[in-house]
Design a protein around this ligand. Sequence first.
Ligand SMILES: Cc1cc2nc3c(=O)[nH]c(=O)nc-3n(C[C@H](O)[C@H](O)[C@H](O)COP(=O)(O)O)c2cc1C
Length: 459
Amino acid sequence: MNIVVLNGSPKGDQSVTLQYVRYAARKYPDHSFVIFPVAQTIRKLEKDEKAFGEILDAVEKADAVLWSFPLYFLLVCAQYKRFIELIFERRRESAFAGKYTASLSTSVHFFDHTAHNYIHAICDDLEMKYLGAYSPAMYDLMKKPERARWLGFMEQFLDSASRRIPYARVYPPLTPQGSVYTPGPLRAGVEASGKKILLLKDGCKPPENIDAMVSTLAANFRGDVEVVDLADIDIKGGCLGCCKCGLDNTCEYDGKDGYIDFYKEKVKKADVVIFAGAIRDRYLSARWKTFFDRSFFNTHVPTLIGKQIAFVISGPLGQISNLRQILSAYAEFQEANLAGIVTDESGDAGQIDSLLAELAGALVRPSAQGYAPPMTFLGVGGRKVFRDEVYGMLRFVFQSDHRYYKKQGLYDFPQKDYKARRMNALMMTLTKIPPFRKKFLKILKEQMVKPIKHVAENR
Ligand SMILES: Cc1cc2nc3c(=O)[nH]c(=O)nc-3n(C[C@H](O)[C@H](O)[C@H](O)COP(=O)(O)O)c2cc1C
């Protein structure tokens, strides 16, 4: 079988993920694996339509396609995202139609599912036949049982593709709502109370709904609002994945473009940050993705703690629950308060005006206390994943994270909780004694609520 591999790592040949492909290629010499470093060469592919066309021609001739990529900020990296955008912009979807496909990523399992959901949905949009996702931890390939597991996946992939098994689309096509948003008369507005409000947008040319929504929201604050178009920030390129930032947050781009200064001076110093953009395929634009990826110079440390944030989105967010989860998770791991998400989906200008007016208040009011809600599974689970990685194998690479996690008490696993250990040892022994066990089960409910009931009634 002739398999085209779309390598989505900015590191090209040095990609960890690619080693899984190479291993499979060596084990299945009867099949050909042709690898294209589409993320690493994105600049060329953007400028050189011929080079892009050659890859798409190879896809067209292939029996199957493998999407191979590292996880970047809950998705694929910006360069890969841009490659996907180019497929649609240059109307080359038909090259993919009917092809069997699968996705492979390596990561630390932080929101790997949202990246694979995204690729799966893109494959559905390209009318491909998606046979599954494979998401190992970075170095799983070094373990014998994991190598066997990977080959197990590949066997099924090759077998299913060669038998041309039936496939049913999982993600329905997106139905765009096409109405133009024309803002109504402005309302009284919310006093910004000296808060620094930063409104970041990926504007459109000619201006679209997102630009009108941003203007309306900005006008809803009485006080200074800084509106910055991402196109006006000096960003030389996407994250290179070099991880130089791990030691002391110094990025490879330091002194080479304006992104890091912008992030430090504007984003970190704002009280309120609003992210505005239009949906492109099933995420925001690749430019937005570049912005998020490049913030990785802060590594695994939250930078928006206690800030009020919001998303203003043009496009069918209600049909992309995966993206809503990504936005919610972003707020949670940043330890920020997601004050709201406003979209133009209703097509009702009056309602959008009201929602934006309300959002302005919802952003300013909790700002004084630096309110952020408790985390859900998205934040709690994510933090534990990072905690274990930074404590373990990644510590020497991400030394600045280690210092931060130690200082903030984020290594919260019960290493030295002697009180809990003593209690567990005693209770586990006692509950083996039948009369004690019987009594224990009888009073368990009452005892469980007792300490918190005391607080509720007395503090
Ligand atoms: C900018 C950046 C963002 C990342 N984001 C995530 C993430 O959201 N989730 C995750 O599990 N790993 C994340 N990682 C880790 C990479 O996915 C992981 O190191 C991967 O194995 C790299 O693969 P590659 O060598 O093929 O590029 C990120 C790494 C970088 C550099």
